[in-house]
Design a protein. Structure first.
Ligand code: ADP
Length: 373
């Protein structure tokens, strides 16, 4: 991320613009735009990928000439503090990058509301994203948001089953499902439904849970007791609302915040496990019959962050991709990120984009300079 964004630092450009100004006949003008830093940027990041989120946020802000106050999540401040030491060692002038650990409701809220902060860039829950917007209203600071998701992952009947099954499992179980783009709604075309559900359940059964430092562990605990309660609460609600558990469905062991990788089927589209972001290793699988139906079902969510499509039919893949209302659509892959690929959400998954050249717009103001000759 720092390499890629460092390349942009020398390529921040404006335009020259030819004016007509019809009410000033005969006048000549020289007009151009400048892209300038926004100023002081507050960046508030979550705990699920602590160092990566810091890099995603810091690199573009610095490449465009801003100064930053970065607030890591209260659960995970250490990597950001170490990064700050390295940044100081690398010779970035004092005051350009400031890491401010603290709680969300105190340090985070104060940054979002502060009159001397020119922009707040936030990654976290949609609920807190809405609080950030309200807090930012005081001085109308710029806001970009990367929020939650309930991303559809769609397996068509012509997909390579082995690739789709492995892909669907990775899409939800990577990082214990504590990913904003987790493929948590798995839609499978009818003829393949049993095979794909059984395949993903088989992978779930085989995942070795344990402490992260223990050799052979494939899935560690969730981040906190709060997260454990939240995820197991959703498992209970899924059962209460009529979903059937194919595999998993509860806490793993008595100690630690371990949750079994879980596959649910038969959940009604209106239930909480289908509609709300669980942020744990829990996927809800449903069958579908035709492509028109699936585009509507996939879009039947307040979110719009990611989506996956698994098929060998290139026409169907791109036709469906164009109908999905999400910031990223992966075809025959999932969770592929690159510094050059813009990332962000439609609908309540966010405002603006991170990465790629799109992010430069989120960290610059445009100044139009107009001279009469
Ligand atoms: P999660 O639910 O994944 O913990 P949050 O949205 O609660 O995600 O937290 C993401 C980040 O937002 C963290 O750095 C947290 O401290 C911060 N945060 C939480 N509440 C607020 C708030 N009211 N104002 C500003 N930042 C907040």
């Amino acid at each position: 991320m720092f390499h890629y964004m460092a390349g942009w630092a020398t390529k921040i450009e404006g335009n020259t613009i030819t004016l007509s100004v019809p009410y000033m006949p005969g006048a000549g003008f020289h007009a151009y735009t400048l892209r300038e830093p926004i100023g002081v940027i507050a960046q508030i990041i979550p705990w699920n990928f602590p160092l990566l989120m810091a890099a995603w946020k810091l690199a573009p802000a610095l490449a465009t000439g801003n100064t930053v106050i970065l607030k890591p999540a209260e659960q995970t401040p250490l990597t950001a503090l170490r990064l700050a030491e390295l940044i100081a060692e690398a010779g970035i002038p004092d005051g350009v990058v400031n890491v401010l650990p603290g709680y969300g409701e105190s340090a985070g809220a104060a940054l979002a509301a502060h009159d001397d902060v020119d922009k707040v860039a936030f990654t976290g829950s949609t609920e807190v994203g809405k609080l950030i917007v309200q807090a930012a209203a005081g001085n109308l600071k710029k806001v970009t948001l990367e929020l939650g998701g309930k991303s559809p992952n769609i397996v068509l009947d012509d997909a390579d089953p082995d690739i789709a099954i492995q892909g669907a499992a990775n899409a939800i179980f990577f990082n214990h499902g504590q990913c904003c783009v987790a493929g948590s709604r798995l839609f499978i075309q009818e003829d393949r439904f049993d095979q794909v559900v059984e395949g993903v359940a088989g992978i779930a059964r085989g995942i070795k849970l344990g402490p992260g430092l223990e050799p052979g562990t494939q899935m560690g605990p969730l981040v906190s007791d709060e997260q454990l309660q939240r995820v197991t609460g959703y498992l209970d609600s899924g059962r209460d609302e009529g979903a059937h558990t194919v595999v998993g469905g509860s806490r793993h062991g008595e100690q630690g915040y371990f949750v079994q990788p879980t596959v649910l089927i038969g959940a009604h589209p209106s239930t909480k496990v289908v509609r709300e972001e669980i942020f744990g290793p829990v996927v809800v699988a449903s069958p579908f019959s035709d492509l028109d139906q699936i585009a509507a079902e996939a879009n039947d969510t307040t979110y719009g962050l990611g989506a996956g499509i698994w098929t060998r039919d290139i026409s169907k893949a791109h036709a469906l991709a164009s109908r999905i209302r999400a910031g990223t659509v992966w075809i025959n892959c999932y969770n592929v990120f690159d510094a050059a690929l813009p990332f962000g959400g439609y609908k309540q998954s966010g405002w603006g984009r991170e990465m790629g050249h799109e992010v430069l717009e989120a960290y610059t103001e445009v100044k139009a300079v107009c001279t009469q000759l």
